[in-house]
Design a protein around this ligand. Sequence first.
Ligand SMILES: Nc1ncnc2c1ncn2[C@@H]1O[C@H](COP(=O)(O)OP(=O)(O)OP(=O)(O)O)[C@@H](O)[C@H]1O
Length: 296
Amino acid sequence: MENVVECVNLTHYYGKRLIYENLNFVIKKGSIFGLLGKNGTGKTTTINILHGYLRPHSGHCYIFGEDSQHLSPQTKARMGFLMEGHIQYNFMTITQIEKFYSAFYPKWKKEAYYDLMEKLEVEPQQKLSTMSCGQRSQVALGLILAQDPDLMILDDYSMGLDAGYRRLFLDYLKEYAIGRGKTIFITSHIIQDLEGLVEDIVVLDYKGVLLTSTVKEFKANFKQFTFDLPEGHHVSLHKDDVIANFEIFKTRGIVYSFKTQDKVEEHLKKLNVPFKNIKQVPMTLEDAFIGLTGKY
Ligand SMILES: Nc1ncnc2c1ncn2[C@@H]1O[C@H](COP(=O)(O)OP(=O)(O)OP(=O)(O)O)[C@@H](O)[C@H]1O
């Protein structure tokens, strides 16, 4: 299967500050890929590298086989970007901006835009500058769907969108990508939205790349164990090969691990943790993401 995006040993610094080192991932044609991470971990940075706006410190990204630093106009025309919900030309109306954009895109699909705009409770003559943040995001999403790109890159598409519209847009996205050979790169802080949408993920942390996996494998292999602790007993844990993350409350502990329950129990015993009633608790993708990256 064709690799639409291939990033190889990508390393980036801003000044002396390392953002990540050796980020590697591949996005296959027709798949939906999610880049996840807390605020400021390097998601937008990666997108800026993908479209050649930013030169990485080292490493390469290839888009449809071309180095992202030297993309041909033909390849650029196959890519559609949404940058954190931003839309320029706020002085235009819904109708004017559609006409303006259509001139740049040979495959422009006006219906895809107006189909979404009909669901927006605003007059076609209303200027974008007078719309709410969520309404402007909806216009931006309509404009990107109308471009009909082969590779769609959505940076935080959900800015300001209400729950219903988010669901609607995700339905559109699935329909757009699945079975049509379209490829999607998405970042979002609403992790629950990505469950059931995204197949492969990379999770970034402040120290670099934390995980590269399929969502299926991550959810199958990453586990949460809860246990009781005796009152007044101080437990001090550290992250290690077995404990990927942990939380200790007064009489309750949580350990997140890629290991089996037997291994975790054995490990806790070795650390003299007086745990009782240990059990594995099912997690959503969002639970697993927070378990892996921590709450703060
Ligand atoms: N031009 C720049 N110069 C210096 N530092 C920068 C620059 N752009 C981004 N950074 C820093 O690099 C880090 C990564 O920023 P980036 O915008 O890629 O994060 P992000 O993962 O997209 O965050 P968010 O989820 O908040 O959108 C942040 O700490 C940010 O402050």
